[in-house]
Design a protein around this ligand. Structure first.
Ligand code: BGC
Length: 802
């Protein structure tokens, strides 16, 4: 088992789209799926290239209304490269006999390689070795090297290298009835003998995309300068070359591509800059060298070393963890810094969820905060820039402050679908998921956590505070006073569990007093009060004046934070929402017997004319999110502030109750459940963790990963190692640790960045060591239980673990 590579030893048409998603290459600016360069969208293959934040809107008439969707656009395909022996067929893996096959994604260096020996229908044996990468340092560049060797034949070889702008969005079968032609052609051109050029434009958002491709050929080490035959239309351009080749000779082809768009900074015009970049780009090997170095830098920051008991399984788990880190860093990287993009829940790896930004940031940012917080800052700024849109949304809905959307895309308006298709029943059903107002608390949480990890007061002063205060304002305007209960309530919303969007017999969507929403709103008020205390006086004054924030309003926040209502049932169970206890128990057993693992219960029930709204069944952690985000102490403090009892058994009792009633219909679910069990049931926690690890590599949701990876679960599994097993908390001015390794892990080493310092952390069951790198920043405080120490650059501390 190679823990640095994802390897496939055969070509399996059924698995191809999954592999394409998992073998995607990218650099935070653009991503390209791991599709075979000779392939096209044909049911087996789906080449796709996506620009970070490259959205376009289209209208479709469906289910009796016109709906507008904003999609992540599949950009022109830069990959096309194919060949055929004179008079033969263009390479098509489905039509040749494959003798040897190996596809390898090299995680350490960000290179996708495939080696294939095959026999065509005429008995010609050919060997192909192909490597490619999307450059981690030069964000506009990608390169592919192809080596061919005719093993038992000589003759003419035709090679075609193209740029293809005829693509549409066709990755998600459920979206097939929706408009999908996002691009319109601008033109194509041959720039010089080696270089072709294509430009397209998105139809509504008017983003221009320019691609230039340079193709060079060598036979037996000699550069080939023959004339090339050009074919072109407005949205397709190719060059064809004919080479005389001899048995055993090496034919080497280098295709280097540049991609620019009209959204880029520091350009004149994207087409000009694409051509300029390609004319300056060095050859494949030189580009690869720098690309490799960039990955080395990333792995230095993000690498983790963990030793497991079972070395074979351990090596596979290690590889999957690396794959997860790898895809995170391809979605957001150093190249993302200063771009106006958020982090999409499905990566820039496919078209599911249309590249939208959800609350999944909550699961992703902790990893970035403790390694490259500058990336988090960029992603938080994506939210900050859309604060006015969130203000307008709040106002339009009759609220104060800022109401961020459940799904966010280009300008920050609500992008959730109005209706969605249940593929099990073929019904278009109303989508109420936008009622998940808890996304607002996640944004405030993320801004505060970033500040905790970095101490970046300037960010808090100029961006974070304003978002947090405006979100507090929104919650205060949404909360209503109940005379009956003498408490505040939040009515008509949805919690993270998407199976429940309304009361069983109600026409009106939304639920009352979702515990997660209410507690998080309380947390936002507490945080807002802390922020006001933290701000330097001059900035405090500017902000309160600018936002017209009066003392009375602040006093009300304090009051709500002490009088928010929570509902309980069955002796200490926190009700997911008011009325949850009235729902029927779900018959898990008979559904499991009938359908196997019933992850997407919502679809099954809707197809049976039923609804999960009637049952005590959750898609994912909802109440349990509280134990995921807060330590027992923190939650105890919130309950005390609210005047509710919080006993020692509250946590295990609730975990036990809800875990039995959860179908894990979201890949986030296993992460959350594994996390909350880390300390109480290590065996179950480990099982859920290994299941979360399999989410994408084994496509455990049955067909969702080909449409894009699940970045929340990917980052969440790594963060489980990073924070749950180490017990890291960045609370107050102290980096707190409280390790608890699962018995399967013998040791763990990782590198962290905290308040400007780089630290090497190593943990064994008995000992914890923190080594601080040489640096000149202020000493930091680290603590294990009550043992608090100061740590300066270059120093090391050790703790004996109890
Ligand atoms: C989950 C949400 C998540 C979304 C995007 C849904 O299936 O229920 O919690 O935000 O996927 O990942």
């Amino acid at each position: 088992m190679n823990s640095w590579s994802l390897i496939y030893e055969d070509f399996d048409p059924e698995q191809e789209k999954l592999r394409e998603a998992l073998c995607t290459l990218g650099n935070g600016y653009f991503c390209t799926r791991g599709a075979a360069p000779e392939s096209q969208d044909d049911g087996v293959h789906y080449p796709g290239t996506y620009l970070a934040g490259g959205y376009n809107r289209l209208n479709t008439d469906i289910a009796g209304r016109t709906i507008e969707n904003e999609d992540l656009v599949n950009l022109p395909n830069w990959l096309p490269l194919s060949f055929r022996p004179d008079g033969g067929e263009w390479l098509d893996l489905d039509r040749v006999e494959i003798l040897d096959f190996r596809q390898q994604l090299h995680l350490r260096i960000g290179v996708l390689r495939r080696k294939i020996r095959f026999k065509d229908s005429e008995g010609r044996l050919t060997f192909l070795d192909q490597r490619r990468f999307v450059h981690m340092g030069h964000r506009h560049l990608a390169a592919m090297e192809t080596t061919l060797r005719p093993e038992n034949w000589s003759g003419t070889l035709e090679i075609r290298s193209a740029l293809d702008g005829r693509v549409i969005n066709n990755n998600v079968p459920r979206y097939r009835d929706l408009a999908s032609r996002h691009l319109e052609p601008v033109g194509t051109e041959q720039i010089n003998q080696e270089t072709i050029y294509l430009k397209s434009r998105t139809r509504q958002s008017r983003i221009e995309i320019a691609l230039a491709a340079r193709t060079r050929y060598e036979v037996g080490g000699e550069a080939q300068k023959q004339a090339r035959h050009l074919e072109r239309t407005d949205d397709y351009i190719s060059q064809l070359i004919r080479l005389d080749v001899k048995q055993g000779q090496q034919i080497r082809i280098e295709k280097t591509v540049s991609l620019f768009t009209s959204r880029d900074e520091a350009i004149s015009e994207c087409g000009l800059d694409a051509c300029k970049a390609i004319s300056r780009a060095p050859g494949f090997n030189e580009l690869l060298e720098e690309h490799t170095m960039r990955w080395q830098h990333l792995w230095r920051r993000y690498g983790m070393d963990l030793e497991e008991d079972d070395s074979e399984k351990g090596a596979r788990n290690k590889m999957i963890l690396r794959l997860h880190i790898f895809h995170l860093l391809q979605t957001v990287s150093m190249q993302t810094i200063k771009l106006d993009v958020g982090v999409p829940s499905r990566g820039w790896h496919g078209e599911a969820y249309r590249g939208h930004i959800f609350w999944d940031e909550l699961f992703i940012f902790p990893l970035l905060n403790l390694r490259t917080p500058e990336i988090t800052r960029t992603l938080l700024n994506y939210r900050y820039r859309r604060l006015n849109e969130a203000r307008a949304a709040a106002q339009a809905a009759g609220y104060a402050g800022a109401m961020y959307p459940w799904q966010s895309g280009s300008d920050g308006r609500e992008e959730s679908q109005k209706v969605h298709l249940n593929p099990k029943s073929d019904n278009w059903i109303p989508d109420n998921s936008r009622l998940q107002r808890h996304v607002n608390s996640a944004i405030a949480w993320n801004a505060w956590q970033y500040y905790q990890a970095t101490g970046d007061l300037e960010f808090l002063c100029f961006y974070g505070a304003e978002m947090i205060l405006e979100i507090a304002r929104f919650w205060a305007s949404l909360a209503t006073w109940s005379e009956e209960h003498q408490r505040y309530e939040i009515l008509g919303v949805m919690g993270p569990d998407e199976y429940h969007d309304a009361y069983p017999d109600s026409d009106k969507p939304g639920l009352d007093n979702n515990a997660y929403t209410n507690v998080m709103a309380v947390w936002v008020f507490i945080c807002a009060l802390k922020v006001l205390d933290t701000l330097p006086r001059d900035r405090h004054r500017e902000l309160t004046e600018g936002l017209d924030l009066q003392d009375e309003e602040i006093r009300k926040w304090d009051h709500i934070s002490r009088r928010m209502r929570l509902v309980f049932h069955d002796d200490g169970i926190i009700s997911q929402f008011e009325g949850y206890d009235q729902l029927e128990e779900f018959d898990w057993q008979s559904y499991q017997e009938k359908y196997g693992r019933v992850m997407r219960l919502d679809r099954i029930l809707e197809a049976e004319n039923d609804t999960p709204n009637r049952y005590k069944c959750s898609k994912q952690g909802d109440v349990l999110m509280l134990f995921y985000l807060f330590s027992a102490d923190e939650l105890g403090e919130i309950f005390e502030r609210l005047g509710y009892p919080f006993e020692y058994e509250t946590i295990p009792k609730n975990i036990d109750y809800y875990l039995q009633r959860t179908s894990h219909g979201s890949t986030l679910s296993q992460v959350v459940h594994s996390w909350v069990l880390t300390r109480s049931d290590r065996a179950e926690s480990w099982d859920l963790y290994t299941m979360a690890l399999r989410s994408d590599i084994d496509d455990i949701q049955g067909g969702t990963t080909p449409e894009g990876i699940h970045l929340g679960a990917m980052a969440g599994t790594v963060d489980l190692i990073q924070r749950a097993y180490t017990g890291i908390e960045t609370r107050g001015e102290v980096l707190r640790l409280n390790p608890c390794l699962p018995k399967e892990i013998k040791s763990l080493c990782l590198r962290l960045r905290y308040r400007g310092q780089s630290l090497d952390l190593s943990i064994t069951p008995k000992k914890m060591t923190l080594q601080c790198h040489e640096c000149r920043v202020e000493p930091i405080k680290v603590a294990y239980c009550e043992d608090e120490r100061r740590l300066c650059g270059g120093e090391k501390v050790e703790f004996d673990l109890k």
